[in-house]
Design a protein around this ligand. Sequence first.
Ligand code: NDP
Length: 420
Amino acid sequence: MSRLLVIGCGGVAQVAIQKCCQNSETFTELMIASRTESKCIELKEKIEKSGSPVKLSTAKVDADSRDDLVKLISSYKPDAVLNVALPYQDLTIMDACLECKVDYIDTANYEPEDTDDPEWRAIYEKRCEEKGFTAYFDYSWQWAYEEKFKAAGLTALLGTGFDPGVTSVFTAYAAKHYFDEIDTIDILDCNGGDHGYPFATNFNPEINLREVSANGSYMENGKWVETKPMEIKRVYNFPGVGEKDMYLLHHEEIEALGRNFPGVKRIRFFMTFGQSYLTHMKCLENVGMLSTSPINFEGKEIVPIQFLKALLPDPASLGPRTVGKTNIGCIFTGRKDGRERKIYIYNVCDHQECYKELGSQAISYTTGVPAMIGTALVVKGLWKKPGVFTTDEFDPDPYMEMLNTYGLPWVVDENPVLVE
Ligand code: NDP
């Protein structure tokens, strides 16, 4: 029996909400609140038509406004808030949860919308120097809430999507069941899907393009090593998908795993990209279309990347046209009982199967399902403790079990090909 407030009604939210409704034993009442309420109402009507017993309601909310959020949370009185809006809103939603004394869950770590903001920039530049990586997002902003959440007796569960999220649960599971010591972790994110457009992103274009056009980095012996964007390329033959080019990227779970598994000697993250995607992205970057700094156009201020977002296909609309599969997982090397060991834990997800089930493509599906699972474990009390946590800091077993039940079954390969 629980009451959940979900903020955001985009690609990921639509999956997370429909999955919560499949888990009606845990989620009995749910409010969908977002910037555009019509999307929330449309989803509510779709779910109600399917005969779900979950009591749904909707609201309009500006998640950039703490006051607006506090008003909504204190009137709905949820047991937890699932933030599947954008990473820009993480801190305002965390503040509102603290004020209203509710648990907080999200899928992506904080980054500012305006990276030219001088106040943010000063802190960012200091962090780049101290830590040695230049990504716009990092955990410091949200980890700074640790004492506040602890004192309030509340849980903040950060990053319960697939990556981060499931990849960190895979790490906790490998550490619990397969290794005494883990030496290396390679996180591999492969999207073998084809949507038929010359260029589109599978999730929010602003967030996606910022992430992939940034410098890459990995952790070695507790220190960050930074690379130029797309500097390190490997080819890997993915089970269920086939051979793909993949590139080393900075990714947020490296930071949390590096902190929570200090004995691991090297942690890397690779994502697959086709040549056409990279050429389009480079061209857009070269002409300034990926910029987040406002410019004046014919007397009106516009942000180039937001204008680009308006031109690109809505990620939520890619579902019917995307065919092929994703494969996301982690390769671990290390030792168990004094013997060398390597394993690969992964999930293969089919775009068209996701579309048939929920009307969405696999990227939203593989993020929305773990968002529901993390939230369910918090509200059921299995993953509830005071403070701010990532998904590698709890018992992985119930999460792994729910992945199998809710559409993301996983495989353990005990003799994988390693990434050079
Ligand atoms: P979308 O852009 O499709 O959806 C974002 C939603 O948030 C929209 O409904 C949007 O409203 C709403 N929103 C944006 N700003 C506000 C605001 N100020 N107030 C209220 N609502 C707002 O994004 P996705 O669904 O693709 O992504 C959602 C989250 O999931 C992102 O944080 C993304 O980084 C994360 N993610 C995590 C992954 C993981 O594996 N961990 C993978 C993929 C995504 P409107 O409809 O009006 O635009």
